[in-house]
Design a protein around this ligand. Structure first.
Ligand SMILES: NC(=O)c1ccc[n+]([C@@H]2O[C@H](COP(=O)([O-])OP(=O)(O)OC[C@H]3O[C@@H](n4cnc5c(N)ncnc54)[C@H](O)[C@@H]3O)[C@@H](O)[C@H]2O)c1
Length: 339
């Protein structure tokens, strides 16, 4: 039997107050399953939510338990799901689902996994098997699946294409690994933090550039044989990235906006943009097939997230983890909370 109450990291989206709180253990309704959280990742989107830069669109009420990167074990099958799951099953949770024609995101529009237990529809559970540790599995939805959705889906990157990656944090570090796997070449990583650039090279980038370097444009040109980038991926969510990435595109190049900055987008050279038939594409999350694909790719040894978990903190230290990610203390890839 689980306790009647549990610890959860709650955000009041009106006041911007984040705090650990004692809340009732949720009961799974029809079609839902209660999962005992074993590990939950901390994403820059959580920082954006706390800072008010991102607002939930479909949240009922003012408060939500954060946490959209979650792995755990099935605790209780709700009505109608008993045949689909069994207590003790190791699972990773897809971060979103469609409901009445809209996409609801866990830890944004409904209570997420910075808690001891979370209730989710049975359809978002992906079986994990025995091999992948919970802390590495937890970050697959989002830190790995969002760049995978952007690369394999929205950008449709082909082998041999020149790809630039802006931001080598949680998403971008995995973006580099995934680009290596699909045969992108060259892979040009961009990040102002020297340790992040070194990380990009360690993870398979061919070149790592400082966006503030006055020689940036020339270095990018050299790296791509004068052509520019077929694909530029914004995994930073910083305004300056967009102008620099647009200026780095080849003819027919496409810029994929994954980073969420919340500010208007400007195309400075709009005639050049049309003349070169460039594209800007928005990207959000991943499709249903992406997390299961990534679990299989990991099991089959094509991907390895052993280096991705920069630190494990007790759930009670969620606020500390948020501050560490915001300030880039210790230059984390992903910090993971353990209830
Ligand atoms: N669209 C989606 O579905 C989706 C999903 C998850 C996260 N996000 C967004 O993606 C962004 C990245 O998230 P994360 O958790 O990987 O963040 P992170 O903090 O782990 O990494 C961001 C990286 O960007 C780098 N950066 C800062 N300024 C830069 C610049 N001018 N040029 C290049 N790099 C720069 C930072 O040094 C850091 O290494 C955030 O905006 C987040 O909200 C979007």
């Amino acid at each position: 039997m689980s306790a009647a109450t549990m610890m959860a990291g709650r955000l009041n989206v009106e006041t911007g107050t984040f705090a650990m709180a004692e809340v009732p253990v949720p009961e799974p309704g029809p079609g839902f399953v209660r999962v005992k959280v074993e590990a939950a990742g901390v994403c820059l989107s959580d920082v954006h939510l706390i800072q008010g830069l991102l607002k939930p669109k479909f949240l009922q009420g003012n408060e939500v338990t954060l946490g959209h990167e979650v792995a755990g074990t099935v605790d209780l099958a709700g009505p109608g799901t008993e045949h689909r799951v069994s207590p003790g099953d190791r699972v990773v949770i897809q971060a979103g689902y469609e409901h009445n024609g809209v996409t609801l995101t866990m830890g944004v529009d409904y209570d997420g996994g910075w808690a001891e237990y979370v209730c989710v529809p049975a359809g978002v559970l992906v079986p994990l098997g025995e091999e992948i540790p919970f802390d590495q599995a937890a970050i697959i939805p989002d830190a790995v699946s969002t760049p995978w959705g952007a690369i394999a889906g929205t950008a449709d990157v082909r082998a041999g294409e020149a790809v630039g990656v802006w931001g080598i944090g949680g998403l971008g570090a995995h973006g580099v690994q995934l680009l290596r796997m699909v045969g992108a070449a060259p892979i040009v990583a961009v990040d102002p933090i020297p340790e992040a650039r070194q990380r990009a090279l360690d993870f398979g980038a061919d070149v790592a550039l400082d966006p503030l370097d006055p020689g940036f444009a020339a270095a990018l040109k050299t790296a791509t044989g004068g052509r520019g980038l077929d694909v530029a991926l914004d995994f930073a969510g910083v305004d300056a990235v967009r102008a620099q990435a647009l200026a780095s595109l080849a003819v027919r190049g496409r810029l994929v906006l994954v980073g969420l900055s919340g500010t208007p987008l400007t195309i400075a050279d709009s005639t050049g943009f049309s003349y070169a038939r460039r594209q800007i594409l928005g990207h959000y999350g991943s499709e249903a097939q992406h997390v299961p694909q990534l679990v299989d790719l990991t099991r089959l040894g094509r991907l390895d997230f052993a280096r991705s978990v920069s630190g494990r903190l007790p759930l009670a230290d969620a606020e500390k983890a948020v501050m560490a990610l915001d300030r880039k203390e210790g230059n984390p890839i992903r910090l993971v909370l353990i209830p």
